[in-house]
Design a protein. Structure first.
Length: 47
């Protein structure tokens, strides 16, 4: 078990999203609404 914890981990690559991607995801989440009718959920995009 000591061997498992003594392994060196791989370096973590820092990922930075583009401004366009962040803007798209924020706008999409603002426009998305969920409605539940009779145990069924519906996603509606109000664009």
């Amino acid at each position: 078990m000591a061997k498992i914890y003594s392994k060196k981990s791989l370096p973590v690559k820092v990922m930075k999203p583009r401004k366009e991607v962040v803007s798209f995801l924020l706008n999409y989440s603002k426009a998305l609404s969920m409605i539940e009718i009779d145990n069924h959920s519906y996603e509606i995009i109000s664009n």
